[in-house]
Ligand binder design. Structure first.
Ligand code: DGT
Ligand code: MG
Length: 241
């Protein structure tokens, strides 16, 4: 059974080590298809929240629920199938382009691989590789540009069709044209899914349904871009200051 993508945190406290709490009383409500952005300075707890959505660690206090079901009661394989992750630097392994995309769904057909690549905007550059989808990648995809690696990461996430997505946007800049291609692939990937994004681009943040501003493990502001601009608090400072 796959989850629909309703994710709730109730009064969540968490620390990696005993005695040092890094998330305090975090509340969060994501409806299926909503886009939630996390912003805040380094060490604020953005990655930690996504770690908990993934159940990489047990929480100390509070509740995390998927579709109303306690996260601890969800079978590991169901949770894994429900979650897609696109990280800043995706690990590519030695193997063909197709194999690297299929990693997101091991039993995917060739047609599914191509469909995912097209959705991700990766099909174009793949067609131009000497062996197309059968081109061998070595050295963690070292022969590809950063943008191309991101497109493969998007294809890999898309092929599994997960209801919930976690994105950690790249901070490093790629050229404007590539950026537009990556953004379009990303927009298609996000369509219809619950998305948690550690956002670095203002465009991503602005388009989110809810922006959560974190500071030292607490959510200090939440709302839409317009709400938070009107509030003239931390978010306003971050993005206009
Ligand atoms: P970033 O990525 O630099 O913008 O920062 P965030 O917002 O992603 O921060 P995060 O969640 O990585 O760290 C929050 C706090 O937790 C910070 O004090 C560092 C600490 N922390 C993060 N990961 C670990 C870990 O694996 N073990 C321990 N002991 N502490 C960690
Ligand atoms: Mg982080």
């Amino acid at each position: 059974t796959r989850v629909l993508g309703d994710v709730v945190f109730e009064n969540v406290d968490f620390g990696y080590t005993e005695g040092k709490i890094v998330l305090h009383d975090v509340a969060l409500y994501a409806k299926p298809g909503q886009k939630i952005a996390f912003v805040g300075s380094t060490g604020a707890g953005k990655t930690t929240i996504t770690n908990l959505i993934n159940r990489f660690y047990p929480i100390m206090d509070g509740k995390i629920r998927y579709d109303g079901i306690n996260i601890n009661k969800i079978h590991k394989s169901d949770l894994r199938q429900s979650l897609g992750i696109v990280l800043q630097d995706t690990h590519l392994f030695t193997g063909t382009v197709a194999e690297n995309i299929r990693y997101g769904k091991l039993d995917a057909t060739d047609e599914e691989v191509i469909k995912a690549a097209k959705l991700a905007n990766a099909d174009g550059f793949i067609q131009h590789l000497p062996e197309g989808y059968n081109s061998i990648l070595t050295g963690d995809g070292g022969s590809l540009s950063q943008g191309q690696r991101q497109l493969l990461a998007i294809a890999r996430a898309a092929i599994a069709n997960p209801p919930v997505l976690i994105l950690d946007e790249a901070t490093s800049s790629i050229d404007t044209r590539t950026e537009a291609i990556v953004q379009q692939g990303m927009d298609r990937l996000m369509e219809g899914r619950t998305v948690f994004v550690i956002a670095h681009r203002l465009s991503t943040v602005k388009n989110s349904d809810v922006i959560m501003v974190l500071e030292q493990g607490r959510i200090i502001e939440k709302g839409s871009h317009n709400d938070l601009i009107m509030q003239k608090g931390k978010y306003y400072q971050l993005y206009t200051g």
